[in-house]
Write a protein that binds this ligand. Structure first.
Ligand code: SF4
Ligand code: F3S
Length: 107
């Protein structure tokens, strides 16, 4: 199993999640964050930390978020590791809660 970052992180990227991960498995893209499934130890510490409620365990992933499992696995191999909190994206609060943000994902 792994934890997965889903749609509502896009254009928000609050980064609170990276601070608590004991194994540094977060990787950062331009406007999204992903979890490396090969490194995640399923500790669940990150899930309640996300102000956008964008993190879910693989087992609890809603069907409409299923594609994020593959997106996390793929992008984790491409994007650099991030281990420290930084400022959220400038319009994070405006975008928090907006539906279907995958169309805005920057690679
Ligand atoms: Fe890191 Fe634990 Fe979250 Fe996995 S569940 S990404 S190990 S904090
Ligand atoms: Fe994204 Fe939530 Fe982390 S918005 S960067 S998953 S704290």
């Amino acid at each position: 199993m792994t934890f997965v970052v889903t749609d509502n992180c896009i254009k928000c990227k609050y980064t609170d999640c990276v601070e608590v991960c004991p194994v540094d498995c977060f990787h950062e893209g331009p406007n999204f964050m992903v979890i490396d499934p090969d490194e995640c130890i399923d500790c669940a510490l990150c899930e309640p930390e996300c102000p956008a409620e964008a993190i879910s365990s693989e087992d609890d992933l809603p069907p409409e978020m299923a594609q994020f499992l593959e997106i996390n696995a793929k992008k984790a191999k491409e994007w650099p590791s991030i281990t420290a909190h930084k400022e959220a994206l400038p319009e994070a609060d405006k975008w928090n809660g907006v539906k279907d943000k995958l169309q805005y994902l920057e690679e």
